[in-house]
Design a protein around this ligand. Structure first.
Ligand SMILES: [Zn+2]
Length: 101
């Protein structure tokens, strides 16, 4: 098995990096091209091209992750809470400076 790094920084293990990468890109654009993804995947598997099948699936997953909804204004995740607190501190600092002047 070899390691292959895709341009979004993720690393995968595959027996065939070229095939994997090509299929990954196909998977990433499959939805916007209106491709029949089940059919493409089946073809890879039937031909025994498992590196392509894996790449295609990972490409599909990468595209799906990109399409996840944005975090809401009151999202309770740690990242959003931190960002909101930082914003409040910055607003408070600006207000203090304005009233001190
Ligand atoms: Zn969030």
């Amino acid at each position: 098995m070899k390691l292959v790094t895709i341009d979004d920084g993720l690393t995968y293990e595959t027996a065939s990096p070229d095939r994997f990468t090509q299929a990954y890109r196909d998977g990433q654009t499959a939805l916007e091209r209106g491709e029949d993804t089940d059919n493409v995947l089946k073809k890879h598997v039937i031909k025994g091209e498992f590196a392509s099948a894996a790449g295609y699936l990972h490409g599909l997953a990468a595209d799906a992750r990109k399409r996840l909804p944005q975090h809401s204004d009151d999202c309770p995740c740690r990242r959003c809470v931190y960002d909101r607190e930082a914003l409040m501190r910055s607003i408070y600092r600006t207000w203090r400076e304005a009233t001190a002047a």
